[in-house]
Write a protein that binds this ligand. Structure first.
Ligand code: XMP
Length: 319
């Protein structure tokens, strides 16, 4: 009968067979998928693998440093940390259209990835943490027509452009199976259990124009929100939770003074595969306490709302 242990052995055998003694490049995003793909490849081919982690300046608080430290120091993988925050944020400056933002990030990501990958001599393969749901390119709602909702951030077309062959060791798996495989490979539980994080990062949680100021505020608010969720023991019940900073400032009162700061929206959903989702039914007590904490602890936010839209008709992310 089928077990993840057996799947792992079979996946390792297939990787060795495909790759032989050649070098492989793997893009690490900090998400569970690419992390599990990298760990599996490292298991199979050791130092024939080099990972490239692109920091686009749209990561959460301390995320870049934490991911690189885990893979380099804890797991002994070879990781190139591409610090390209300025490049991405400068190109995104003044852009407010969601698809334009996604396309800029996707294009730059490919350029940057290529630049760093070219430094790895003699590489013949590119590894990707593509899952089964990613293989299905468009989202089909039950009963409805098949429609593409958002241009997905991925590195499609990159292998051909770079003359590399593709290795996709997770393409038969769903998210929960990837997590199980990650545990099997010895990735820490705290890492495996992390909520999914989209490739375009905080850009799609900052509807409208992205500014460094808004990103800074968003990172702090998100950290408080996730801390609240963990403290109340709710993290594992939720598929994804995050803060979106709204492109509007509103008037408030703090002490004796008037404030004029950003409003934010809290988002939390339950889901099986991200294709459909229900908003999470937090208690009013939890919501009130969280709003108070965010406003007290995060300078720049004076109003907190809770997004109670399910998917469909909403999407999980705000863009
Ligand atoms: P939406 O917002 O479309 O998202 O309901 C469904 C799931 O996909 C994630 N997502 C992405 N993941 N690249 C990714 O790797 C992307 O461009 C992207 N856009 C959305 C989202 O976080 C949710 O889990």
């Amino acid at each position: 009968d089928w077990t993840m242990g057996a799947y792992r052995e079979e996946a390792i055998r297939k990787i060795k067979e495909q790759v032989g003694d050649k070098k492989v490049i793997c893009g690490l995003s900090g998400g569970v998928d690419s992390s599990v793909a990298a760990a599996l490849l490292h298991d199979a081919i050791g130092d024939q693998l080099t990972c490239v982690f692109v920091d686009h300046g749209l990561l959460r608080l301390n995320e870049g440093e934490e991911v690189v430290a885990m893979f380099r120091d804890h797991m002994n993988l070879q990781v190139i940390h591409a610090q390209e925050q300025e490049l991405f944020l400068n190109e995104l400056d003044g852009q407010s259209d969601p698809e334009t933002k996604r396309k800029i990030i996707g294009r730059l990501f490919i350029d940057v990835f290529q630049k760093y990958a070219n430094q790895i001599e003699g590489a013949e393969f590119l590894a990707q943490g593509t899952l089964y749901p990613d293989v299905i390119e468009s989202v089909s709602f039950s009963g409805g027509p098949s429609v593409t909702i958002k241009s997905h951030h991925n590195v499609g077309g990159l292998p051909e452009k770079m003359g590399l062959k593709l290795v996709e060791p997770l393409r038969e798996l769903f998210k929960d199976e990837v997590r199980e495989l990650g545990r099997e490979l010895g990735l820490p539980d705290s890492f495996i259990g992390r909520h999914p994080f989209p490739g375009p990062g905080l850009a799609i949680r900052c509807p409208g124009e992205i500014t460094r100021e808004k990103l800074e505020i968003l990172r702090k608010a998100d950290a408080v929100y996730i801390d609240q969720i963990r403290k109340h023991g709710l993290y594992d019940e939720i598929w994804q939770a995050f803060v979106a900073i709204l492109p509007v400032r509103t008037v408030g009162v703090m002490g004796d003074g008037r404030t004029y700061d950003y409003a934010c929206a809290l988002r939390a959903v339950t889901s099986v595969d991200g294709m459909t989702a229900d908003y999470y039914p937090f208690s009013h007590e939890f919501l009130g306490e969280t709003a108070t904490r965010i406003i007290n602890e995060v300078k720049g936010i004076n109003r907190v709302t809770y997004d109670i839209t399910s998917k469909p008709p909403g999407t999980i992310e705000w863009e």
